[in-house]
Design a protein around this ligand. Sequence first.
Ligand SMILES: Cc1ncc(COP(=O)(O)O)c(C=O)c1O
Length: 508
Amino acid sequence: MPTQDNMNLQDGEKVVLGQGGKETATYEDLKASDESHQMHGFGHPLMQKGPRQLVVFESGDGAVLKDVMGKEYLDAMGGITVAHLGHGRKDLAQVAFEQMSKLEVSSNQRNLTNNNAVKLCERLSGLAAQAFPEMDGSRVYLTAGGGEGIEAAYHLALRYFNKSGPLGTSYGEGYKKQKLISFRNCYHGSTFIPASMKPEFSDYGWKRWMEGHGREVYESPSHRMFSNIDPPHELFMDVSKMKPGENVGQAAARQLEERILQEGPETVAAFVFEPVQGDGGAVDMHRDFFPLAKEICKRHSVLMIADEIMSFAKTGHWFGMELYGVCPDIMVISKGLTCGYLPAGAVIYQNYIWQTAFNNLSSKMMLSDVWQHDYTWSGHPVCSAVALRALDIIDSENLIELCAKRGREFLDILKSELEGLHVVQQVRGTGVMLGVDLISDIATDIEQKVLLEYGIVLRASTNKHCLLLTPPYVMTDEQFKKVAESLRKVLRSFATLAESAISKSRQH
Ligand SMILES: Cc1ncc(COP(=O)(O)O)c(C=O)c1O
């Protein structure tokens, strides 16, 4: 434990942050400063302007957030789809404090690491093996967040194929196998590779980069690096593409195989997907899809990369793919790993990939054999300590089961309040991932109104017609009823507008 000497604080004295010690920034000060200096994710300058539009949080307790004016909000988004355990847990803060006082950082490069990073990898590999026998002996690469985990998983896939040719698998001509297939309506992050997988993003990523070369180049299989299929869900599948007698799961699986064949199996590295689409609006997949997708991917030597970044520990299982009983080759997790208390993530992958990509090397180490990939914050000792503690809490308090139970209860409440409203197309949920699908592209307006007028935090999907709720397990029924009732009032007030703005963003 640190002494008063190295803390430089007396009992009861508060730490003052920012502005060279300017202690009491008012809401107006903060708003003006925010408007002048900060750029917000998925933001627009107009969202930071105007009377009372910006919300500046200062503290949280359980499912309640408080802003700098003292106003309380019900956090149905769990921070940013991360805070399974709720806000303000002192036990996690204590772990961080103690670890920071002992060792705040160390390198995880080459032959360096720290005790917590090692333990976390063992723990995650064990959890994966508990979920799927194929994950026995799985390897773990630690990250700080989600998108960078997807980048690392992709790099791993490239390396696997680069090394696999001479060692027995059918493809191995350098980096020829490098294309990615993903679902429409996905979200895998905002760095280059994940952004390129989302067809609806046009500002940044591969599509933007290639557009200048003309459509015939951009859309030709010989140049196209990223392509998409419909998610196997009744509201997201283009029914005109279905064949008689097929269900949406079978139709999407057929699309996947056709796409692999169209692109050339020798060029497709991986199929990347969320087991339950998060940002897309809690979209779960038809149960027939993944078993078929697994056969298809195996047939064409395409790796399955499950983006479990949001679904980890939220669906009533540790991993969302347990819903379907299908083990992917690589899983990427983040968000719930520390339950929001610090940034952390991990790439967990089957041992056969490790054996091929790294372990079958000659005894002489070549520079080209080194994993040319590193994140400064990989295996951070404090983040790893907090992750280990969060996993202990989830385990010891049986929160995986509780999450399934609370999710069902939340869903019942949401359905009883919202089903039957004209603007509501569907209310759905898997564990604590809950979605409200609207008939119109008005989700962002709903998100804003429910936030500013009712003090409810939830999230509009980037597809504009869904709302996503990921409430912490600790939110009470009474609190959740208030969330659902407020949402009902706001949705009713939008009935006329909704009618005149039937969804354009729904892509079928
Ligand atoms: C399913 C999924 N994948 C990837 C990401 C990106 O994670 P990060 O923002 O940590 O890069 C997110 C973030 O919301 C996500 O929900």
